[in-house]
Design a protein around this ligand. Structure first.
Ligand code: GAR
Length: 220
């Protein structure tokens, strides 16, 4: 008997292409989750309108309207819980989270980051990968912990760095890999096949190969 799909909230700050990839993936029959809510800290985030066009509740909770980060996060957390969402996906959500918010969703909140963590946390990941002379670049989906871009790793995808690449085309090619990886990782979490135990991510043996995703140059 199939279990009911878990409700998922996606938090964005911008165009929301990863959110769009999650929405597309969740349309597949049998996908174990439904994207029930899209939230942005920025009212002008392009992804909000895209989500509404898909018939998904999409709300801006403007950080500027709150006196403190904690008050803003309280409103965000209440919206997530009011929508009955159990799982939270950060998808280009570019605001640091307080420990209290992280604790509230511990083991249930995941993030995608455009580098092979623990390399290159933070910003400008593509230029930093180029500057370091990397032959591969990639993206990581991880559980969110109190340290930015540092939580236990669920899945990673790797793309080649080609001669002549610049930060912009590397970012574009990596985004294609992100769109493959994030739905895959979300599915693992929704199914309980990847989970946080203590401070580590545990993944079922039969999923381990798929969680290390080599995206072929053609696909990326
Ligand atoms: C994505 O590349 C995502 O990995 C990155 O922001 C972009 C959002 O694009 N996230 C981070 O840098 C988080 N540290 P999108 O809005 O089109 O999904």
């Amino acid at each position: 008997m199939s279990r009911p799909a878990k409700r998922v909230a996606v938090m964005i700050s911008g165009r929301g292409s990863n959110m769009g990839a999650l929405v597309e993936a969740a349309k597949a029959p049998g996908f174990p989750g439904t994207i029930a809510l899209v939230l942005s800290n920025k009212p002008d985030a392009g992804g909000l309108e895209a989500a509404r066009e898909e018939g998904i509740e999409a709300v801006a909770i403007d950080q500027k309207a709150y006196a403190s980060r904690a008050e803003h996060e309280e409103a965000v957390a209440e919206a997530i819980e009011a929508a009955g969402c159990e799982i939270v996906c950060l998808a280009g959500y570019m605001r640091l989270l307080t420990p209290a918010f992280v604790q509230r969703f511990k083991g249930r909140m995941i993030n995608i980051h455009p580098s092979l963590l623990p390399l290159f946390p933070g910003l400008d990941t593509h230029q930093r990968a180029l500057d370091a002379g990397m032959r591969v670049h990639g993206c990581t989906v991880h559980f969110v912990t109190e340290e930015m871009d540092e939580g236990p790793i669920i899945a990673q995808a790797v793309i080649p760095v080609r001669p002549g690449d610049n930060a912009q085309n590397l970012a574009t090619r990596l985004l294609g890999a992100e769109h493959h990886l994030y739905p895959h990782a979300l599915r693992l979490v929704l199914d309980g096949r990847a989970r946080m135990e203590g401070e580590r991510a545990v993944i079922d043996m039969e999923e381990a190969d798929g969680a290390a995703m080599l995206v072929s140059p053609q696909a990326s």
